[in-house]
Design a protein. Structure first.
Length: 453
């Protein structure tokens, strides 16, 4: 079957206004899954997702879970055609930090679209949907299933059960996920792996109430200081090296081919720092920075809370403190085993600290061959006029492991976001160049996949 994508450039150009309209509607709903106060917004987001999918010609089903619902859209053109399942998430991070605009009102600034969820993951989800609409109009012989989750930002706690229960309805020949990030503005990537994630909290209570440091300072234990001390025993903050016994057990060695890919990926340390607005890094060596992001596990401290945090200084010794932490995992580390090692290490040194496990997901590594990966390479080059680098993603997507385990089909990570777009950061944005290129990429990918069928 020959490609006939001659009308694609005009279609993309004509789609811009509608794309901006729908992205504005989606961003306007603060679908923050981590905060129960936004449960009504999740309900609105689900309704908006249903309207959007049905407007684009898909039939929809809302699947209830033990948490937030999941929206499934289906475009069945012919039962004889192969089926592609497309996954994205519609929940977002809280809009904390200093924003230059209202995070839940989409602001257009030139070709940029500023707003929470614009690039993670509402803009990319919309991009794929426009490509599906084009594939339908050109009668590309494929069926489509679209799965939009509303709990990805809290670790997809109910997604595994959803896929396991509905795997017959979700059956497909392959899966496409558009929730990953390029290495630089001008070098597309195909992500072949994801780091896993384990989040946990440390809690220490040493009294009933805060006490005056003048009256009780000296003999009184300070829970903030004790948590800070145990964290420093867990890892070296300057190098990032983890001291927990057995933490690196099971880490799969990196191949020379993968290291060579990183060396030729076009990654720039200075551009990386500029995009993320960083003043300094632990290393300035490009290959070292890339390995630290993609190929090595990490230990991170996200917050320590306790005592008085208002204006000025209140000289109290707090009665309790909490620290929020996480580790990123790589193949073949496992979240449960890693958590037990962390908990044992901490409680052996300070048995009064409670270690509470939160969310987790396994690391993922795809096979580096097959027609689907080849189709993705062809489509990426077609859309962005550059050969993509095959790299692992530093982030985590719990749903990918669930789909891999229960659907057992190839999963392609075709992200179109850029580092400068600011995943989870203030002033998060997407841009029309990536959206237009993304529509072109996915339309071409669908065309190539139809040849395999």
């Amino acid at each position: 079957m020959e490609d006939d994508l001659s009308t694609l450039p005009a279609y993309i150009k004509d789609s811009r206004l509608l794309f901006e309209t729908w992205l504005s509607r989606l961003v306007a709903i603060p679908t923050v899954s981590s905060d129960p106060a936004h449960d009504p917004d999740i309900t609105k987001g689900v309704a908006s997702a249903v309207r959007l999918l049905e407007t684009f010609g898909l039939s929809t089903t809302v699947v209830e879970t033990g948490g937030n619902p999941i929206v499934v859209g289906t475009l069945l053109q012919d039962p004889a055609y192969s089926t592609i399942l497309v996954y994205n998430h519609m929940d977002v991070q809280p809009a904390s930090g200093e924003w230059g605009t209202d995070p839940f009102i989409l602001t257009r600034r030139g070709n940029d679209y500023i707003g929470r969820g614009a690039t993670d993951d509402k803009g990319p989800a919309l991009t794929v949907l426009f490509a599906i609409k084009y594939a339908r109009s050109r009668r590309i012989p494929l069926n489509f299933k679209v799965v939009w989750e509303f709990e990805e930002e809290i670790g997809s706690p109910h997604f595994d059960e959803f896929v396991k229960t509905h795997r017959k309805e979700l059956a497909a020949e392959s899966v496409v996920v558009s929730d990953t990030v390029w290495l630089s503005d001008d070098k597309p990537v195909l992500s072949i792996g994801l780091r896993g994630l384990l989040t946990f909290e440390l809690y220490l209570q040493t009294g009933v109430t805060d006490v005056h440091s003048g009256m009780a300072g000296g003999p009184t234990r300070n829970p903030i200081a004790e948590l800070a001390q145990i964290i420093c025993e867990c890892y070296d903050a300057k190098s990032g090296h983890v001291h927990i016994s057995g933490f690196y057990d099971g880490v799969r060695p990196v191949s020379s081919d993968e290291l060579q890919t990183l060396r030729t990926s076009g990654f720039s340390v200075q551009k990386f720092m500029q995009d993320l607005q960083l003043f300094s890094l632990r290393s300035q060596e490009p290959i070292e920075v890339q390995q630290s992001i993609m190929l090595r596990p990490t230990f991170e401290v996200h917050s320590i809370a306790g005592g008085y945090t208002g204006t000025g200084i209140k000289t109290v010794i707090p009665s309790s403190a909490t620290a929020k932490l996480s580790v990123r995992l790589v193949p073949d580390q496992r979240p449960t085993e890693t958590f037990q090692k962390i908990k044992r290490f901490i409680q052996n040194r300070n048995p009064d600290i409670t270690v509470r496990r939160q969310n987790s997901c396994e690391p993922y590594l795809a096979k580096l061959d097959g027609p689907y990966l080849k189709a993705a390479e062809i489509a990426t080059h077609y859309a962005f006029a550059a050969q993509p680098a095959l790299v692992r993603e530093g982030g985590s997507i719990g749903s990918v492991m669930s789909m891999s385990a229960h659907l057992q089909v190839p999963i392609l990570l075709l992200g179109i976001s850029l580092p400068k777009h600011g995943y989870h950061a203030p002033n998060e944005h997407f841009d029309w160049q990536q959206a237009a290129g993304g529509i072109k990429l996915f339309a071409k990918y669908f065309s190539e996949i139809a040849k395999i069928s």
